[in-house]
Write a protein that binds this ligand. Sequence first.
Ligand code: 5AD
Ligand code: FES
Length: 348
Amino acid sequence: MKKLIDKLFKENYLNGQELLELLNNITEESKEYLMQKAHETSINTYSNKVFMRGLIEFTNYCKRNCVYCGIRASNKNADRYRLSLEEILYVCDMGDRLGYKTFVLQGGEDDYYTDDKIVEIVSAIKEKHPNSAVTLSIGEKSYEAYKKYYDAGADRYLLRHETASRELYKKLHPNASFENRIQCLWNLKDIGYQVGSGFMVQLPGQTNEDYVKDLLFLKKLSPHMVGIGPFISHKDTPLRKEKNGTVEVTTTLLSIIRLLLPDVLLPATTALGTIDPLGREKGLKAGANVVMPNLSPISVRKKYSLYDGKICTGDEAAECRKCIEGRINKAGFTVDLSRGDNINWRRK
Ligand code: 5AD
Ligand code: FES
């Protein structure tokens, strides 16, 4: 194991067989070593900084039906909401006062927000906060649409591939095309975005062979950001009875991703913080270096319910910024409020 991990650390690459060997045979002791090497790698690229992104969940309407997701179109129990341009700008101003220099606009695939509306929102944020980065996370769109948002000033785009196993993808995404999703990611790169991809961990039926596909796909795509988190069941979805993912498997994969893509911006996700009270801290120690506190108005937070038990949706959330900052420091890291661009990216 140690030999494989050393090779991964030195070459930032393992082939499929080697990755599978690592995943199949990892022990507690080798896991410790893997995490140590991943941590060393993030320190080398971004020192012990943790970059902060303000997350704005601006619509929970969604036309898709991903079987794991609580805001899927057929969930009649979802209490739907949309934020207006004014509300979004208000949240950004508040975020700006808290020091955030990145706003992540995330939402379901909601055709109410036409391309023109998205352009209007992006332009308005950029006009008020020219030194802040705007990240979009609004799903699959055409090349032309992605280009329009980019030209309006959007800097980054998050679109997880969700799983690189075509069969599993098909089972989880009725009437969706795996090929199209992958093509979207290449389109986003081509246009010049800082691109984030990623996948869910311990989905029902997911195997180590599937993770190998995810890891090799990420290596090939070479995105600027990668978001991964454990699958967590949602009571109003077909997967309500399925088991949740674990911190152990998620942190192993985080460490491997850090070693495969040493410069990647890698969040310790909310899902990870949801399955374990110290999940995000454990993620940081495994090589993650981004945290995305929720800036959405408290009144809508519970409604953006992708999975059960999501943290930072109650009264405590007013203090998110302070809470997470304290946690980051306590874990031995420093909070960085700069834009936090990937070191290899320049706007075209
Ligand atoms: N459990 C964990 N993650 C989920 N996501 C959606 N539903 C769930 C769930 N039930 C993730 C998807 C999506 C991201 C915004 O949230 O990976 O891309
Ligand atoms: Fe949101 Fe702690 S980070 S309450």
